[in-house]
Design a protein around this ligand. Structure first.
Ligand SMILES: Cc1cc2nc3c(=O)[nH]c(=O)nc-3n(C[C@H](O)[C@H](O)[C@H](O)COP(=O)(O)OP(=O)(O)OC[C@H]3O[C@@H](n4cnc5c(N)ncnc54)[C@H](O)[C@@H]3O)c2cc1C
Length: 297
């Protein structure tokens, strides 16, 4: 007899509640597991063709207004352990907020995780995106990761098993797996110095990013040798509005939901920025944010 599920299963869950843009459609099915063992049982029980999307803090994600015809799995505050071993390797589960890992590292006089303080997602999201800023990236320090697959099988994998690049991470081969934890080999450092660095980094962000309005960070990857924000601004689109969303007047690579936006407004602005930058400068902007689901019929 299969063990009973202990988590929270919902139908038609509005995803605007779960993404930092505070906009978009619903997920047909949403599961918040009780713990890792419960997650394994849940995944193993899903039909093999069911689309699955893991969601951390939704700080890089948009669900289209027509909704996601699949199952989302919430990790935040579920896979929540963080610890350090005798060798100083920090292991954080996928649902731990990245800024918490930054603080934990400083508390243990380890350096190299300061940048995570400015990334408002989970460790799972940081691993999936190779999140980074100010010259540092998540995978710079990965000792190993722990994953789960559709059958609920948990594996330990090394960084060498992944193709990792700028905001890009892909497991080689075609096994479908999600992150349940990451282990990070950081250097010994001075916690007080790390905290100082974090304060400076956060001050820089507050000065340059529209953090008071719902957003998802940088919408586009920076093209080689240039900045998406510079190109969008040079194309004359700073402050441009579609429906309830606009291209931020503070940082042109941010789209803000400042008037009850639909996901369609946000996606239309993305398309406009891409088309205009391509027409004006011959440069293709690639999305950094992930967009899933169906457009409204
Ligand atoms: C104000 C602001 C500033 C930001 N600044 C930066 C920055 O400087 N640098 C940067 O890189 N990003 C930045 N971001 C984007 C975002 O915070 C990061 O990409 C973050 O790592 C996403 O984590 P998340 O938990 O919110 O992921 P989600 O948004 O929940 O998910 C993002 C993607 O990761 C996948 N995913 C999530 N969890 C898992 C998992 N456990 N296993 C497998 N896949 C998973 C999702 O399916 C989705 O495809 C910023 C966002 C905001 C709102």
């Amino acid at each position: 007899v299969a063990p009973a599920l202990r988590g929270d299963l919902r139908r038609n869950e509005p995803m605007a509640r779960h993404v930092s843009w505070r906009a978009g459609g619903a997920a047909a099915c949403a599961y918040r597991p009780a713990d890792l063992a419960d997650l394994a049982v849940f995944l193993a029980g899903l039909p093999s063709a069911e689309p699955i999307c893991f969601v951390g803090l939704g700080s890089n994600l948009l669900v289209r207004d027509g909704g996601y015809r699949g199952t989302v799995v919430f990790t935040h505050a579920v896979l929540k352990d963080v610890g350090i071993d005798a060798e100083g390797v920090i292991r954080a589960e996928a649902g731990v907020a990245s800024p918490k890992v930054s603080r934990f590292a400083a508390m243990h006089d380890r350096t190299g995780a300061e940048f995570l303080a400015g990334i408002p997602g989970t460790i799972g999201g940081a691993l999936a995106m190779n999140a980074g800023c100010y010259g540092a990236e998540t995978w710079d320090t990965v000792a190993h990761v722990e994953t789960i697959d559709r059958s609920g099988v948990i594996r330990i994998r090394t960084a060498g098993e992944y193709d990792v690049g700028y905001r890009h991470v892909a497991l080689r081969g075609d096994n479908e797996e999600w992150f349940v934890a990451g282990a990070f080999r950081l250097h010994p450092g001075d916690g007080a110095q790390s905290r100082l660095q974090v304060r400076e980094l956060l001050a820089r962000r507050i000065a340059t990013q529209p953090l008071g309005l719902p957003n998802a960070g940088s919408v586009f990857r920076n093209p080689p040798g240039d900045f998406a924000a510079r190109l969008i601004e040079a194309a004359g689109l700073k402050g441009h509005r579609i429906g309830g969303a606009s291209i931020s007047a503070k940082h042109a690579n941010f789209i803000v939901n400042d008037a009850d936006a639909r996901a369609g407004d946000i996606e239309a602005l993305m398309g406009l920025a891409q088309d205009t930058v391509l027409a004006r400068f011959g440069i293709t902007l690639e999305r950094e944010v992930r967009v899933i689901g169906e457009t409204r019929p």
